[in-house]
Design a protein around this ligand. Structure first.
Ligand code: BGP
Length: 470
């Protein structure tokens, strides 16, 4: 394929602390919401961490990160996205002093990346609120969380200011609508959570996010701070005007998050949303001013698109956290996530048309069951042509979007090494270029093996996209 990716395009991969690190109670780490969610985002929670929770050990990245980063470097990564586990730094979330051992771990991790010229891209909060903040304060429903988050971000910005240039404030911030516990640390069961409390929690996160951007710019004038959302194109199921309006409504429920982050204020359509749902956001003096600290770029995850309709009898859920009506024209993954490479071009164009801000695709990939086999040289590997096809087809659409005039900073595939899945907490749903020998029954050596896609991605990066096939 003809070269379209800019020099300096940030190729890489992404993970999150809670899905890979393990070591859930080592070196002073406190418990997080993930430690009591053994079945994933929508599943039940337990009183204490239980053995069946795959995340407690994860892929043992906490102890094996050097080996893994070496493999990322071998693929030629320019950037590596990971998150900081808040409860490693502040075990309870409301502690006065940070945990030095936790801080030291991320110093070592970022140093290891920089040793290979890999820029760390860091998510400040990725689906893991310190559990104490959930239990005592009911997570982000409580305004005090803004102060705890502020202390946390000041601590990590000051500590890592010379090591980390790219920051994301909250992973998939719009997911709180669907997963209030893992996204917002809210203990109130979703069915009982009022719209008032939900949107008040959203307001607190939006203020906290803007505050992080403000503080980040003060502490690290050269840093780039972005928001992070689930981008999922919503198509009307039919051309019926009712379906078009329904699509607009669903779209806006997500766009509200980027609108506030980029424009620095609530959009005009929020008024009606709030009025119709009896929501009255309690603002404190200064909130509106804080929100005006807008992001440097917009980052997002992209896995699939959905359809929407005003016909409520058709509202069957499909894939991902957001749900939607299946598209009759698209195939789905083994987990029912409908595959739509062109949807990525559409998302890139619509977001850029709306905001004209640089975009960063920080998650994209195919979760699939892999089979570990022995190749002709006697090495264990996975022939994951399905993954190569998925990624190739999406990247071709990224190249199209670049030709459309969209400014794109980089692309990090999700789960560049196999990790525990977020939605179902399984390890058999694999995304990686690197296979990790660990199974959902807890067996496995934790050894790492390069899949076919490992060599494919290495070539894509080396050729700066020229090896892609359209
Ligand atoms: C996003 C999350 C990730 C990740 C990914 C894939 O929603 O930000 O944490 O896991 O989805 O989802 P899953 O792991 O459920 O397949």
């Amino acid at each position: 394929m003809e070269k379209r990716f800019s020099e300096g395009f940030l190729w890489g991969g992404a993970v999150a602390a809670n899905q890979c690190e393990g070591a859930y109670n080592e070196d002073g780490k406190g418990l997080s919401t993930q430690d009591i969610a053994p079945k994933g985002i929508m599943g039940p929670i337990t009183d204490e961490p239980t053995k069946d929770n795959m995340k407690l050990i994860g892929i043992d990245f906490y102890h094996r990160y050097k080996e893994d980063i070496k493999l990322f470097a071998e693929m030629g990564f320019k950037t590596f996205r990971t998150s900081i586990a808040w409860s490693r730094i502040f075990p309870n979330g409301d502690d006065k002093e940070p945990n030095e051992l936790g801080l030291q771990f991320y110093d070592n991790l970022f140093d290891e990346c920089l040793k290979y010229g890999i820029e760390p891209l860091v998510t400040i909060s990725h689906y893991e609120t310190p559990l104490h903040l959930s239990k005592k304060y009911n997570g982000w429903t409580n305004r005090q969380l803004i102060g705890f988050y502020e202390t946390y971000v000041r601590t990590i910005f000051t500590r890592y200011k010379d090591k980390v240039k790219y920051w994301l404030t909250f992973n998939e911030i719009n997911s709180i609508i669907h997963a209030p516990f893992l996204s917002g640390g809210i203990m109130t069961p979703k069915e009982e959570l009022s719209m008032q409390d939900l949107y008040q929690a959203i307001h607190h996160e939006l203020v906290a996010s803007a505050l992080a951007t403000k503080i980040g710019h003060e502490v690290m004038p050269k840093a780039k701070i972005g928001c992070m959302v689930i981008a999922m194109p919503v198509y009307p199921l039919t051309p019926k005007p009712e379906d078009i309006l329904q699509m607009l409504k669903t779209d806006r429920s997500n766009l509200l998050f980027t609108d506030v982050h980029v424009r620095g204020k609530y959009p005009s359509y929020a008024k009606r949303l709030f009025k119709e749902n009896n929501i009255e956001i309690k603002m404190e003096p200064g909130d509106e001013e804080i929100l005006m600290n807008t992001v440097d770029f917009i980052s997002f995850s992209y896995y699939m698109s959905v359809c929407d309709t005003a016909d409520t009898t058709k509202k069957s859920g499909t894939g991902n956290i957001m749900g939607g009506v299946p598209n009759p024209y698209l195939e789905a993954s083994e987990w029912g996530w409908q595959i739509d490479p062109m949807g990525l071009r559409y998302v890139l164009n619509t977001l850029y048309d709306r905001y004209e801000k640089p975009l960063f695709i920080v998650e994209n990939g195919l979760g699939a069951k892999d089979e570990l086999v022995v190749d002709e040289h006697g090495n264990k590997t996975v022939y994951d042509d399905y993954r190569i096809k998925y990624l190739n087809d999406h990247l071709v659409q990224v190249a199209e979007a670049i030709d459309d005039g969209v400014e794109i900073m980089g692309y990090t595939t999700w789960g560049c090494i196999d990790v525990v899945s977020a939605s179902t907490a399984e390890l058999k749903k694999r995304y990686g270029f690197i296979y990790v020998d660990r199974n959902d029954d807890g067996t496995g050596t934790l050894d790492r093996y390069k899949k076919k896609s490992f060599y494919w991605y290495k070539e894509v990066i080396e050729s700066n996209g020229a090896s892609l096939r359209d």
